[in-house]
Write a protein that binds this ligand. Structure first.
Ligand SMILES: Cc1cc2nc3c(=O)[nH]c(=O)nc-3n(C[C@H](O)[C@H](O)[C@H](O)COP(=O)(O)O)c2cc1C
Length: 317
């Protein structure tokens, strides 16, 4: 998630121990192949076998509309250490779409095949290439042709967010077409979109028949959620659920520590980063004390507000 799941956040999520792999924020390929230093600053895990220091494999995501430059960028990423490449055909940001990137390609199915095919052909066979798609630009049926094109291009798996570009993030989510694509193509399909609770997860699994799931905002809004899903999938042993309110301070502190380690953040950025996370948790999770922290101007003030709060900083799960 661009602006959210950067290297420090991926390291934190790795320490949670629930995910099988993470996908980087998109790296935009516009007029030229990005220089090496951009790959390294965007994906510092390239220095450590494309794995976070907390043990989570990381897949590099590229975004762009020029097949040749995308392929050359994928080769560069691989030479620097990338072990898997994902292609973003889902980003709805108007600026990105105006520049022929992300969901804009959903209106040009043959170009999806061309881009996936060019990247596939440029990389060694043991480096998987996958595609992230929305259901379409303005209609959900477009997924069938677009997914076919991505498969014909050689995608090893598809991740499908069950909305169109025009729908943005508005309800409803459409999981059923994801299942139809999976059945028809016989390719691993990762179901994505609006999995906030275990009940959502079960309904998504039933609607799609998928065995692979991408969690975005739900995993951030409720930090216990990814482990609950991993248990449900049989990836982690079932354990006694904690009834204690979630301890936000230590999780947030670890994000700050990782940011320092990567030398990525100025402290003023760090505080807005922490507030961004807590805002998400208060909007979509059960974090009830956003009012106590929202005026903090520094990291220290934020932690003081969290820890001095007269009420427990609770996130009941
Ligand atoms: C702030 C933000 C940034 C995102 N950035 C990316 C991105 O860089 N690459 C990508 O494939 N999807 C990106 N997405 C989309 C998510 O990966 C996901 O498809 C979407 O949020 C739906 O899943 P969710 O309901 O689990 O969050 C982003 C979403 C948000 C909210």
């Amino acid at each position: 998630m661009e602006g959210v799941t950067d290297a420090p956040m991926r390291a934190v999520q790795g320490s949670v121990g629930a995910f099988t792999f993470a996908v980087t924020e998109f790296l935009r390929v516009s007029h030229a192949v990005p220089p090496r230093h951009v790959f390294y600053s965007h994906v510092p895990e390239l220095h450590t076998a494309a794995t976070t220091l907390t043990g989570l494999p990381v897949q590099v995501q590229l975004l762009g509309g020029d097949a040749g430059r995308m392929a050359a960028s994928a080769v560069c990423a691989h030479e620097l250490g990338a072990t898997a490449i994902d292609i973003n055909f889902g980003c709805p940001a108007p600026t990105v779409n105006r520049h022929d990137g992300g969901a804009a390609l959903l209106r040009h199915p043959k170009r999806i095949r061309e881009i996936v095919g060019a990247i596939r052909a440029a990389l060694p066979a043991n480096v998987p290439v996958s595609a992230k798609l929305r259901l379409g630009w303005d209609g959900i049926d477009a997924i069938h042709e677009n997914a076919t094109m991505a498969a014909e291009g050689g995608a090893a798996w598809l991740t499908i967010h069950g909305r169109t570009r025009v729908a943005g993030y508005a309800p409803p989510i459409h999981w059923e077409p994801i299942g139809k694509v999976r059945e028809r193509l016989g390719l691993p399909v990762v179901a994505n979109g609006d999995i906030w609770t275990l009940d959502d997860f079960r309904r998504c699994r039933d609607a799609t028949g998928c065995r692979h799931f991408m969690l975005g905002r739900g995993a951030l809004a409720n930090p216990r959620f990814a482990r609950q899903v991993a248990v449900e999938l049989g990836l982690l042993p079932r354990e006694e659920e904690s009834r204690e309110p979630f301890e936000w301070s230590s999780l947030l502190r670890s994000l700050v520590e990782w940011s320092h380690r990567f030398e990525m953040m100025q402290s003023d950025k760090n505080v807005s980063r922490l507030k961004q996370w807590l805002r998400l948790a208060s909007q979509f999770g059960n974090f009830t004390r956003f009012d106590a922290v929202k005026r903090a101007g520094t990291v220290q003030e934020l932690f003081a507000a969290l820890e001095d709060s007269p009420h427990p900083i609770a996130c009941e799960t």
